[in-house]
Design a protein around this ligand. Structure first.
Ligand SMILES: Cc1ncc(COP(=O)(O)O)c(C=O)c1O
Length: 427
């Protein structure tokens, strides 16, 4: 889409006035003097999430072990209860989504379920820009099958260190590839891959494909009825704002419901017979069949709570505002910051970018430290990226304008030179 923006704070305030989501911000704990641009690392706490967590605590206080039976066993069924609510964010069938484990474990679950190597077809196709945990999981899975990653893991290399070529991914789908694991959206450059095209090409070649949606879920609407992937995983602590380290999402395409999970556990058993505690596993014919152990209720309650906001607003409005916020941010960068040594490292087209702006600068690390001193919360990604994720639900156009003012000033003053380049434990 073509956006027509204008300079000046008055204009930013006018955009806020016209913003249909402007009141939603008050449902989140947004600090008065802070500009929070880190929603793609850890989304802010909402009052809705807080209320749901406090309610779960009350139920525990009141009922003890009875928590599993109250409200029609809602908490016992929490993985599918929340899964059904989340399914609408990706247009999946309600029983194709469950909430369980961490993303990393869900990647292991997907691979260990679907990776059936043979003599001629034993490779897993990945890219070299995905988040490292995906790669660690893939490497360890091929080792479990007796292969060496150098042979069994096929890597599509980015040509510029920022973007992946979809054609190169498709060209790499050779006859020896059994499975593909890719990110929907690159964590550094915000490139959004054409999941529908890549999945269709994989399926033409009988290759199973799993997607990591960590950087798109809650910012980009995915239509899984059209994309039709085999499995997908995501975290709920970034855009979803489900709380630090909260339980992850897992999608299993219904055409695979009859398969046995690679990693089985008693919560994957049919619910009606789970407490008969038999040693013969009776697989639940839905995404819950991929559950393992007891769900962490207190952590999951925050996801349950915040989904009230997602359901109320809807992904269409979230994506529309997210694109407009990041377009406005890029406009201000182009107007005021490019001449100060900044480069935009993410794709410009709406169809090809996610919810964050990847701002490159040779002094990115020290600039992030200086921004924090001024109440701006960005995050830094090696080697030179100031990552800026203005979450549509709680960031305003005024925030974006104030951010540009602060960044321009601290760059002109070279204020960042007062900071050390030594990386802290969590950057
Ligand atoms: C693409 C991607 N996958 C996985 C993870 C982390 O997974 P986990 O929840 O297992 O720590 C991240 C974390 O930022 C990520 O960006």
């Amino acid at each position: 889409m073509e956006y027509q923006f204008h300079p000046g704070m008055d204009y930013a305030k006018e955009l806020d006035k016209q913003d249909p989501l402007r009141e939603i911000r008050h449902r989140f704990y947004v600090k008065e003097n802070e500009i929070y641009m880190d929603g793609n690392s850890l989304g802010l706490c909402s009052k809705d999430a807080e209320k749901a967590v406090l309610k779960a605590l009350d139920v525990w206080k009141e009922h003890g072990i009875g928590i599993w039976n109250v409200e029609d066993s809602k908490y016992f069924l929490y993985p599918s209860y929340i899964g059904k609510r989340m399914a609408s964010l990706i247009h999946a069938e309600p029983d194709e989504v469950t909430i369980t484990n961490s993303v990393t474990i869900n990647i292991h679950q997907g691979i260990s379920t679907f990776y059936k190597p043979t003599k001629d077809r034993y490779k897993i196709l990945v890219d070299n820009l995905n988040f490292p945990t995906d790669r660690y999981a893939v490497d360890s899975q091929v080792r479990l099958h007796g292969y060496e990653p150098a042979d069994a893991v096929k890597v599509v290399e980015s040509q510029d260190g920022r973007m992946l070529s979809e054609d190169a991914i498709i060209d790499a789908m050779t006859k020896d590839v059994a499975l593909i694991v890719l990110p929907s959206l690159l964590y550094r450059s915000a490139q959004l891959l054409d999941m529908e095209r890549i999945t269709a090409e994989a399926h033409k070649r009988d290759i199973i494909i799993g997607w990591d949606l960590c950087h798109s879920i809650g910012a980009v609407y995915h239509d899984f009825q059209k994309i039709d992937p085999d499995f997908a995983v995501w975290c709920n602590y970034k855009y979803i704002s489900g709380g630090p380290g909260t339980t992850a999402g897992l999608y299993i395409n219904k055409k695979h419901f009859d398969k046995n999970p690679g990693l089985a556990g008693w919560h994957g058993n049919v619910k009606a017979t789970q407490f008969q505690l038999k040693h013969q596993y009776e697989h639940s014919n839905d995404a819950d069949g991929w559950l393992t152990g007891t769900p962490p209720i207190l952590s999951m309650a925050a996801i349950d709570g915040v989904l009230d906001i997602y359901e109320e607003v809807g992904m269409d409005k979230i994506r529309e505002k997210s694109l407009k916020l990041t377009a406005y941010l890029m406009y201000l960068i182009d107007e005021r910051l490019v001449k100060l040594g900044y480069r935009i490292g993410n794709p410009r087209e709406d169809m090809k970018r996610g919810g964050h702006v990847s701002l490159e600068h040779d002094e990115a690390y020290r600039i992030c430290q200086a921004l924090k001193k001024h109440g701006v919360i960005p995050d830094f990604r090696e080697p030179n990226v100031v990552r800026l994720a203005p979450v549509a639900l709680y960031v305003s156009y005024e925030d974006i304008h104030r951010f540009a003012d602060i960044l321009e000033e601290l760059t002109i003053n070279k204020e960042y030179e007062q900071f050390s380049n030594t990386r802290s434990l969590v950057v």
